[in-house]
Design a protein around this ligand. Structure first.
Ligand code: NAG
Ligand code: NAG
Ligand code: NAG
Ligand code: NAG
Ligand code: NAG
Ligand code: NAG
Ligand code: NAG
Ligand code: NAG
Ligand code: NAG
Length: 524
């Protein structure tokens, strides 16, 4: 098993800060590419063209809408009404140097009133990671002058990006009014009264610190940092104690702060809580809780290696990260979201590549399972019986090491970024060209299967079909924010959005590193 990518990052940047002289000892998060970090313009331009293609389609038919159905070419609402696709995708256009598109996006964003919503309610999680994250990162990227044409944007409008982030955070403020300070999920946009929601889980509680610390640092207003830290404290001191150290469950009671299950893992519902612990340390390794964040995260990685990382039956070359059931037993199942962990720490050399490399479409499934290495049984009995579905699962597991869960939308492909994100980190941290090639493979598969003129790109129903099956009527905003950004940065010059200078939020929005050791060295 390979040691973690972010442990690498932790032992370089963070350890050097803790143990050694600040500037002279900075090893840096990014691999030292020397003269070999140049762009592959052919590939970078192809990704840029894919952005322009999908953007023009949206802009021609639904400019200003939050979402887009590329099959009917109509806009969709539901994320506040400020133009989610525009705000989420803006920093990607900035990074790509698509000045005309970015100017139009900036003009739109700067003209929004973020204190008034056309939707009846908005949620804390998506508003923070997509909207506030997108506003902060585009502000940071342009004002850092580290992106193309940075000085040419309308600076009055650029200033509105930070104003907008602050207005939105103030709009959300009532969600932190629970007895514990853990945020409610919804806020009624008319009454400003918050309420709980189904998705209130460890990830939604624990994916606030990076954006809110940044917002406090940029505005000088400590309100946001205090809101985030108060909620985070319940997660860092889990009650009752989890089965394995740091491997907390997925549900927390908002009134008592008590964990309600032992459903641990790196899956959806928990994932970005772990992600933000280490990223917040990279963002500012001098902050009050940096030591706590780092040690909680390190323990989680160690616990995962000891208790969750397993090989499936007869496929010792693959390493999966188990999800525990509600009482803390392994389920021999995981989801695509867990694949971000490869970038958060490189677990097994090619597990997540294998997920998209084995399907007929070349695209990765959403939900998988495997047969236990010792018992050769799946956790769910239905994969062990004589049904035809179980026979398909057996055949796939023999060949690939895993099967696609036939329920739970297991075969759905909604243009996820997670494996791509991991390959991007692997490339930027190790300098091994193989990771770039892997991202080129998945990009080509996306273009081949998702682009069927006049549809410029869409999600797909079935990764087990050679063409990905029927088109699914959605192009998520994170296709613009994350998927295309990580692909582009895999092929662009490695000095663009250096990992030493920026830390990506969970929606791929890069925040300017505040007080990391390497940032100090980088800017000196
Ligand atoms: C750049 O990418 C193209 C397209 O995949 C490939 O043909 C070419 O060999 C690559 N160039 C370099 C220098 O790797
Ligand atoms: C935002 O809207 C709320 C509710 O209408 C209002 O109370 C508040 O003063 C507004 N804030 C700003 C900064 O305009
Ligand atoms: C918001 O509150 C108003 C007033 O109580 C209510 O009429 C409306 O249904 C609420 N909206 C949602 C989405 O709950
Ligand atoms: C910059 O944007 C502001 C606000 O949208 C606008 O009033 C102003 O005319 C713009 N300046 C230029 C030079 O376009
Ligand atoms: C294990 O895999 C190998 C190679 O794919 C295959 O030949 C062998 O039959 C498998 N063994 C079992 C017990 O399934
Ligand atoms: C978790 O799995 C164990 C072992 O299979 C089982 O005994 C227990 O009932 C399961 N718990 C839940 C909540 O399903
Ligand atoms: C699987 O990976 C290999 C090695 O990178 C590559 O040659 C092949 O095209 C990939 N296949 C698919 C379906 O992505
Ligand atoms: C296999 O299990 C599934 C789910 O429990 C059940 O619906 C199905 O009838 C079973 N099939 C056979 C052939 O046992
Ligand atoms: C996906 O396609 C495969 C291969 O044709 C098929 O066996 C499977 O049932 C399909 N799954 C869904 C959910 O349609």
């Amino acid at each position: 098993m390979k040691w973690s990518i972010l442990a690498l990052l932790a032992t370089s940047c963070i350890a050097s800060h803790v143990n050694l002289d600040k500037k002279s000892s900075c090893i840096g998060i990014q691999y030292d590419f020397g003269d070999n970090g140049g762009a592959n313009d052919t590939r970078a331009d192809a990704v840029k063209a894919a952005y322009v293609d999908a953007w023009n389609d949206y802009a021609d038919h639904a400019f200003g809408f939050d979402g887009y159905n590329p099959l009917t070419k109509t806009g969709t609402t539901g994320s506040g009404g400020w133009g989610l696709i525009i705000i989420d995708g803006f920093d990607t256009a900035v990074i790509m140097g698509l000045k005309d598109i970015a100017d139009r996006q900036l003009q739109h964003i700067a003209s929004q009133n973020f204190n008034v919503s056309t939707d009846p309610q908005i949620d804390e999680f998506d508003t923070i990671i997509r909207l506030i994250g997108g506003l902060l990162s585009s502000y940071d990227l342009i004002t850092s002058q580290l992106v193309p044409f940075a000085g040419d944007y309308n600076q009055t409008q650029v200033a509105k990006l930070l104003d907008g982030a602050k207005t939105l955070a103030d709009f959300l403020s009532p969600v932190f009014s629970s007895p514990t300070g853990l945020p409610y999920f919804w806020i009624n946009t008319t009454t400003r009264v918050p309420s709980e929601g189904f998705f209130q889980n460890t990830a939604t509680f624990g994916t606030v610190i990076l954006e809110y610390h940044r917002l406090s640092d940029l505005t000088g207003d400590e309100t946001y940092r205090n809101q985030a830290d108060r909620a985070e404290a319940w997660l860092l001191n889990p009650q009752p104690a989890p089965v394995y150290p740091s491997l907390v469950g997925s549900q927390v009671n908002i009134d008592s702060g008590q964990f309600e299950n032992e459903n641990a893992g790196w899956q959806s519902g928990v994932d970005s809580f772990f992600e933000y612990l280490i990223k917040s340390v990279v963002y500012d390794d001098t902050q009050q809780y940096a030591g706590e964040y780092q040690s909680f995260w390190t323990t989680a990685v160690e616990s995962t290696q000891q208790h969750l990382a397993v090989h499936p039956y007869n496929h010792s070359e693959l390493t999966f990260i188990n999800i525990l059931n509600n009482t803390g037993y392994p389920t021999d199942e995981m989801d695509d979201y867990s694949c971000f962990a490869g970038g958060n720490w490189l677990l097994g050399e090619h597990t997540c590549h294998a997920l998209y490399n084995s399907t007929a479409s070349g695209l990765n499934p959403l939900a998988i399972g495997w047969y236990d290495a010792e018992t050769n049984l799946a956790y769910e009995a239905k994969y062990n019986n004589d049904s035809s579905e179980a026979a398909v699962a057996r055949a796939n597991a023999d060949e690939w090491g895993y099967f696609i869960r036939y329920d739970d939308y297991g075969a759905l492909y909604t243009l996820y970024p997670e494996p791509i994100e991991s390959m991007f980190y692997a490339w930027r941290i190790t300098g091994d060209e193989k990771w770039r090639d892997y991202n080129w493979e998945v990009f080509q598969a996306q273009q081949r299967d998702g682009k069927r003129p006049p549809v410029t790109m869409s999600s797909l129903f079935n990764v087990s079909m050679p063409n990905g099956g029927d088109q699914y009527p959605d192009i998520p905003s994170y296709y613009f924010a994350e998927t295309l950004k990580y692909l582009y940065l895999t092929f662009a010059d490695t000095d663009l959005v250096r990992l030493d200078a920026f830390v990506f939020n969970t929606e791929a929005h890069p925040m300017r590193v505040q007080k990391g050791t390497c940032a100090a060295a980088e800017s000196s």
